[in-house]
Ligand binder design. Structure first.
Ligand SMILES: [Zn+2]
Length: 383
């Protein structure tokens, strides 16, 4: 079954150009998934999201199951129909939210009990209920329930959380998922050996794909790189590999050259909230006075709805005036920016030109004075 789910079309080094087959169509990889936590990519119409090149979006099972609730979504024919998104949907299970953000009441190998942040009610979730819930609302890819560790957690905490993640993963595999693909999540903290062992364990359970969780938490790039390498080495070649939570240009290119196929991140829409555009030259912060009379688009040659019509000066004015059109336009621009990056990467991989593309993008960033590492590295706080 796995071979039909994901097909590698071409390679360059460890990087792969592939295609993931889901119940709602094909997803060309490497792929960036815009994040629609609450069943909407913030401020963007689904048609506009599709026009950025996105074939799959990410939503969050934890949030949706608490609000509006699975019954309501199921009544409307599932998540695709409810939010009117015709493409593919992957839902994160919400292990991170349950363990890290919720008011945790009880937490053991059987499952998690927490207080809902929406209505204060007591909620119980288990590995089985999390998969069944995602299947019930008809998502294309469901994520197993995992127990992530925080950056800086002790070795013992990381080992405990990783063992629990494995036990939960095995129980997730016991649930019949119908047409929904199920991805396992690799944990293991920042120790490459523990990462490798976790990837081997989870990959051995027969999931349709493997997600690398518990990274992009502010760890140094070399530590992240070693952890990714350990995971990729241990994952059987035909399985799609998904790195959770990464969305800045050079980091994406880095991970793609390491053999990662899929990504998601709130960065494009979250940066837009503060009037920050993602460009080939790094971040463009519209509030800066330098753009007050700037008649250029955010990025020359960008095909997004903002760059086709509006000047930096006008967009800056929208932010200064607190007008929501600014947020919408910069969100779409940022999503187009990453969609375009992925399209260029896929094209380059078809002709063995990825190395050249990466070198060119690095040079462009460096020439513009953007720090080669972490120019988009920090994500402003927010829901
Ligand atoms: Zn644009």
């Amino acid at each position: 079954m796995t071979a039909a789910v994901f097909t590698v079309l071409s390679r360059e080094g460890r990087a792969r150009r592939g295609v993931l087959c889901t119940a709602h169509g094909l997803v060309q990889t490497p792929a960036f998934m815009p994040v629609g936590t609450h069943a909407t990519v913030k401020a963007c119409h689904p048609d506009e999201v599709a026009a950025t090149g996105a074939e799959m979006i990410l939503s969050n099972f934890y949030h949706l199951s608490l609000r509006p609730g699975l019954d309501l979504i199921a009544e409307f024919g599932g998540l695709h129909a409810f939010m009117s998104w015709p493409g593919s949907i992957l839902t994160d299970s919400g292990g991170y939210q349950m363990v890290s953000l919720s008011s945790l009441l009880d937490f053991d190998d059987e499952g998690v009990t927490f207080r809902s942040p929406y209505d204060g009610g007591t909620v119980r979730m288990t590995p089985e209920s999390v998969i069944l819930g995602q299947v019930r609302i008809g998502v294309d890819v469901a994520m197993a329930l995992d127990h992530p560790s925080a950056f800086g957690a002790s070795d013992n905490q990381i080992r405990d959380a990783t063992r629990r993640t494995h036990r939960w993963a095995a129980r997730c595999r016991e649930v019949s998922p119908g047409r929904t693909l199920v991805f396992g999540i690799v944990q293991g903290g920042f120790d490459p050996e523990l990462r490798r062992a976790s990837a081997e364990t989870v990959a051995g359970m027969g999931f349709d794909g493997l997600a690398i969780g518990g990274l992009v938490l502010g760890e140094p790039a070399n530590i992240r790189r070693a952890a990714i390498e350990a995971c990729v080495d241990a994952v059987p070649d035909p399985l799609p590999r998904y790195l959770m939570g990464m969305g800045s240009d050079l980091e994406l290119l880095d991970a793609i050259t390491q053999g990662v196929d899929m990504f998601d991140c709130v960065l494009p829409t979250r940066l837009a909230r503060t009037g920050t555009a993602m460009t080939r030259a790094g971040r463009l912060v519209l509030r800066r006075g330098a753009y007050r009379q700037d008649d250029r688009p955010l990025e020359l040659g960008c095909a997004c709805p903002a760059c086709g019509r509006f000047s930096r000066a006008y967009l800056r004015h929208l932010y200064q005036a607190g007008e929501i059109l600014g947020h919408r336009m910069v969100s779409l621009h940022n999503l187009h920016h990453l969609g375009q990056l992925m399209a260029e990467v896929r094209l380059a991989l078809e002709s063995g030109g990825l190395g050249e593309l990466v070198a060119h993008r690095r040079a462009e960033m460096a020439a513009a004075g953007a720090a080669a590492s972490g120019s988009y590295g920090s994500i402003p706080p927010g829901p």
